[in-house]
Design a binder for this molecule. Structure first.
Ligand SMILES: Cc1cc2nc3c(=O)[nH]c(=O)nc-3n(C[C@H](O)[C@H](O)[C@H](O)COP(=O)(O)O)c2cc1C
Length: 164
């Protein structure tokens, strides 16, 4: 049976910076030939998370943490606790300042993913935990976002291969 591999990029964005990052992340996934769905968090129910092999979450940094709507999605996902096991995860954020709590925002998302039993790959180059943009993504942030998309897609492909 041929199963389609699918990645969801879900984000919250008030002023468009995280939204731009989401598009760049999705481009990276697409480059690897994987189906990608990009959605605002307001349009995603927790049950939908079950439909994807990879889930990448983006949020602005709000007081060093993800936006409330992202936290709500994570909290709602408790209904499916155990069912996200071994899916691939990733996270990215847009913040106002360098050192403004962006890494803690990414780590908060990743922590929830780890509690779900998801698989997270860091990177030895660039932003280690996930892409950070200060304000609107520049060329550097764009490259890191594309790279995150590729990393998640590659891992989805590898894991699917090893399970089939
Ligand atoms: C309620 C609120 C809290 C924020 N807290 C932080 C913060 O702790 N650190 C930081 O660097 N930027 C902070 N910012 C700035 C946003 O993270 C930044 O403007 C971001 O690029 C917005 O992303 P968006 O365009 O996707 O909405 C905050 C903004 C708001 C509205």
């Amino acid at each position: 049976m041929v199963s389609t591999r699918k990645v969801l990029v879900v984000y919250y964005s008030e002023t468009g910076n995280t939204e731009k990052m989401a598009e760049f992340v999705a481009n990276g996934v697409k480059e690897k030939g994987i189906d990608v769905t990009v959605k605002k968090v307001q349009d995603v129910g927790a049950r939908e998370l079950l439909d994807f092999d990879g889930i990448i979450i983006g949020s602005p940094t709000y007081y060093g943490l993800p936006a409330a709507s992202i936290k709500k999605l994570l909290d709602d996902s408790v209904k499916f606790h155990g069912q996200l096991e071994s899916k691939v995860g990733g996270a990215f954020t847009s913040a106002g300042n360098i050192g403004g709590g962006n890494e803690t925002t990414i780590m908060a998302i990743i922590q929830a993913m780890l509690i779900h039993g998801m698989i997270i790959q860091g990177t030895s180059s660039g932003d280690h935990y996930g892409p950070v943009s200060i304000g609107s993504p520049d060329r550097r942030a764009e490259k890191l976002c594309v790279s995150l998309g590729k990393r998640v897609a590659d891992l989805v492909i590898k894991l699917k291969k090893s399970s089939s």
